[in-house]
Write a protein that binds this ligand. Structure first.
Ligand code: FEO
Length: 400
């Protein structure tokens, strides 16, 4: 049986949810599932926007068939070839031999690479600024390279002022019966997952995301239809303003994120004392044990908070493994515009602090405070003064 959702009178969601997937892209846990969105536009011509992942291919095809109501799709617009949106191609091409595929040159090359399908005879190649009239609707194609792959394009329906935004403005989390962001408590239940989704998947490409936001700012948008998560029809500024911050690596909140790696609890204790004294001074804090919380969540938090503390024991003459993995990921995702502080621990040759500093120095606009707490095995009473000085230094670095 089908499960389709009306978006407008002539636009229908024909996607599907997956709550069994353990790791999205093989690396990001999705405890609340994920949706793969596809949309069908009924006009003089019928237009399908993208397909779905192989795990939900059957449900997607059922939904599409129901929404088509006996018609056939005239066009498939391929905005993004990543297999979570393109696994339905082969079945679709077999079932609808007359369907045209609207895509750009790069997309066509990727389709051949992934599926060994020759679509040349049915391809309708578009580039930046090209349009497609489908009857009542005028569709405009806008290239959005690296949001999230180089071939990505988005589509603007200037008739109903809808932006089909590919991966942009999406979120982890299955839809659970709703389809619009205003049907749920998005800020409370989904914004963290929207941040985790953007920062981990597209976060490295802030400049390219900013370029898309600039293009989006030049058109009137009443609705955003992403390939994951909810459709936005109200309060669009809610998600757009977050993307402005994330893409420019601007902290959302003043506060201190403390990430620590501790084998026997002594580094953790120093981190706890620091957090407690910051809270005593009215500073917001968030704490993560890097060996327990998957790094994707901590990376997302690093995009949220203004100040980052890294506390790590020394291990194999270097940074503790899980902390090293986190910092590698932060550097790879271009984290910038932050103030950082380092705590190291080592029972004989402490090297973790210096190595963390070296890694962070590869990032743009990271101010690393000079106060470094160096613990020998466990924190000593006289070092509490050093923690107080770290608290003072952190507070002094907040804007007045
Ligand atoms: Fe949802 Fe980049 O694919």
């Amino acid at each position: 049986m089908h499960c389709i959702k009306k978006i407008t009178d002539d636009l229908t969601w024909v996607g599907a949810n997956d709550r069994r997937l353990a790791m999205f892209e093989g690396v990001y846990s999705v405890p609340n599932g994920v949706s793969y969105n596809a949309y069908l536009l009924h006009d003089e011509k019928t237009v399908l926007f993208d397909t779905a992942d192989r795990a939900v291919k059957h449900r997607f095809m059922e939904n599409l068939t129901e929404a088509l109501n006996g018609r056939t799709p005239d066009y498939l617009i391929v905005q993004h070839v990543e297999p979570d949106h393109s696994a339905g191609f082969s079945d679709l091409f077999d079932r609808y031999p007359d369907m045209k595929i609207v895509c750009n040159e790069r997309t066509m090359a990727f389709i051949k690479q992934f599926y060994d399908l020759d679509i040349g005879f049915r391809a309708h190649i578009v580039k930046e600024g090209d349009t497609l009239n489908t009857g009542r609707h005028n569709l405009h194609f806008i290239m959005a390279p690296m949001v999230h792959w180089p071939e990505v394009m988005v589509t603007y329906d200037s008739t109903d002022k809808i932006l089909f935004s590919a991966d942009a403005f999406g979120s982890f989390g299955a839809l659970n019966g709703a389809i619009f962001a205003d049907e749920v408590d998005y800020d409370k239940d989904y914004m963290d997952e929207a941040r985790r989704y953007y920062t981990n998947i597209v976060g490295k490409y802030g400049a390219q995301t900013a370029a898309l936001l600039k293009k989006a700012s030049e058109i009137e948008i009443n609705m955003i239809c992403p390939l994951h998560g909810f459709v936005w029809r109200k309060d669009l500024q809610n998600i757009l303003s977050k993307y402005m911050l994330w893409s420019s690596y601007t902290p959302e909140e003043e506060g201190v994120m403390i990430a620590y790696a501790s084998v026997y609890g002594n580094t953790e204790n120093a981190a706890e004392i620091l957090a407690s004294r910051l809270r005593d001074r009215g500073i917001k804090t968030a704490m993560y044990d890097v060996s327990v919380t998957p790094k994707a969540y901590i990376l997302s938090a690093a995009f949220r908070w203004s100040h980052l503390v890294f506390a790590s024991t020394t291990y194999n003459a270097g940074i503790f493994v899980t902390m090293e993995a986190l910092i590698n990921d932060l550097v790879a995702h271009n984290i910038q515009n932050r103030t950082a502080l380092i705590i190291e621990n080592g029972s004989w040759a402490s090297t973790s602090g210096g190595q963390i500093r070296q890694m962070l120095e590869r990032c743009k606009n990271i101010t690393i405070l000079e106060n470094v707490l160096s613990i020998k095995s466990s924190l000593k009473a006289e070092q509490l003064l050093e923690i107080d000085r770290m608290v003072d230094a952190l507070i002094a670095s907040f804007p007045v």
